[in-house]
Design a protein around this ligand. Structure first.
Ligand code: GLA
Length: 390
């Protein structure tokens, strides 16, 4: 990752603060973070970097360089409010975070920031959570605030709710903030507690981006959330974590077809997370593969958030097969486009990568972006000069 240098190229002086946030893939536990469930994301070695310095005059200036967001923008100190225009919507992730600190009573001085990334935006890899989290670290450094991972994740999630209009769960902001190298992060989304889960050293994570830009704000994500809440109300339950599958089946009639499927996904996916963590501990590759496949089928059929491009990549990976080193694959993140995640034996990763590319090209006539990645530490400030302790 290119961690610096862009600010100096643009402004002719070095920045005083540099923050980098990784993206994430989720291994399992999809669409259950907002249902008080458990999830198992991994922070990946693709990052979004913000290099910044205070302006001294209250103004903000944001310069995105090749990060896939938009144009340079200058904003007055009193100009922190949500943006509606399509070309400006990316600003909501920054502005929502600044507003969050201000609403909590902090005096956030204006700053100029150069933003760059090797993490693709709109690929289901949490570029928005990375932008929020890196912004939060910059704001804290420039304002002299001592934050922590948990409060920062909550503030960033709120920014997404209030400014970007996406009623997301807490997984992404936690994953990019609390990731641990070589580990997945078991996050209990009700307790907000985490447990690092070591990943087997002979397996690698392969990400395949369909290039279909998901738009979580388009209403389907919100609709799924509302359907789950409606199902819970009909079941007279507070949380899916208190329910089991026989209970959901017994209430099929009361739920009706759609809500029954949504509930079945929620409960079965929660079970899969625990089974997956157990299978990781015993390196039971067959079980890991089965859980990934069942997870994908549940998202495709019961939760209806997959798409033809994601299904194609998962089917191609399954056809590659365990004998050639494929462990399992599924869509990852919110869905409706975005990426798949595969676990594959180290020595087979290159062959699977080529196989996925050619299967996708044969079907859709264009190349997906497929890359091997690894589990890294969460977001950090890694070069802060005198501003923090003036
Ligand atoms: C998006 C949201 C997360 C989570 C996933 C689905 O990434 O931001 O909170 O709900 O979708 O698991």
């Amino acid at each position: 990752m290119n961690r610096g240098g862009e600010f100096e190229k643009h402004f002719g002086v070095p920045p005083t603060v540099v923050a980098a946030s990784p993206g994430r893939v989720n291994l399992i536990g999809e669409h259950i973070d907002y249902l008080d469930g458990w999830v198992l994301p991994v922070a990946i070695d693709r990052h979004l970097v913000i290099e910044a310095s205070a302006t001294g005059n209250g103004e903000f200036e944001f310069v995105p360089i090749g990060a896939g967001f938009g144009e340079t923008v200058r904003i007055a100190s009193n100009g922190i409010h949500p943006r509606e225009a399509k070309a400006e919507r990316w600003l909501n992730y920054l502005l929502g975070v600044i507003a969050g600190y201000r609403d909590a009573g902090a005096e956030v001085p204006g700053f100029r920031a150069v933003i760059h990334a090797d993490l693709p935006a709109g690929a289901g890899l949490s570029a928005s959570a990375a932008l929020e989290t890196a912004t939060a670290l910059v704001v804290e450094a420039i304002s002299g605030i001592k934050g922590n991972v948990r409060d920062r994740a909550i503030l960033c999630q709120q920014a997404e709710h209030r400014y970007a209009g996406v009623p997301c769960g807490i997984m992404d902001q936690f994953a990019v903030g609390a990731g641990k190298a070589g580990h997945a992060l078991l996050l209990d989304c009700r307790e907000l507690s985490t447990k690092p889960v070591p990943l087997p050293e002979d397996l690698v994570i392969l990400v395949a981006d369909t290039g279909v830009k998901h738009a979580l704000g388009d209403g389907e994500y919100r609709r799924r959330r509302e359907q789950c809440e409606a199902a819970l109300a009909l079941l007279g339950a507070e949380s899916f974590r208190d329910l089991d599958l026989p209970f959901v089946e017994a209430n099929r009639g009361r739920l009706g077809q759609t809500l029954h499927r949504r509930a079945r996904h929620a409960v079965s996916e929660m079970n899969r997370v625990h089974d997956f963590v157990e299978a990781l501990a015993s390196c039971d590759l067959e079980t890991l593969g089965r859980l990934l496949r069942e997870g994908h089928e549940s998202l495709r059929d019961d939760f209806e958030v997959s798409c033809a491009e994601l299904d194609c990549l998962v089917e191609a990976a399954d056809a590659f097969g365990p004998a050639r080193g494929h462990v399992g694959s599924r869509m990852t993140g919110g869905g409706f486009g975005g990426s798949t995640v595969s676990l594959v034996r180290l020595e087979s990763a290159d062959a699977l990568l080529l196989h996925l590319k050619s299967a996708f090209v044969a079907r859709f006539g264009r190349k997906p972006d497929v890359f091997v990645t690894s589990a890294v530490d969460g977001a950090s400030l890694f070069a802060v000069e005198s501003l923090v302790n003036p």
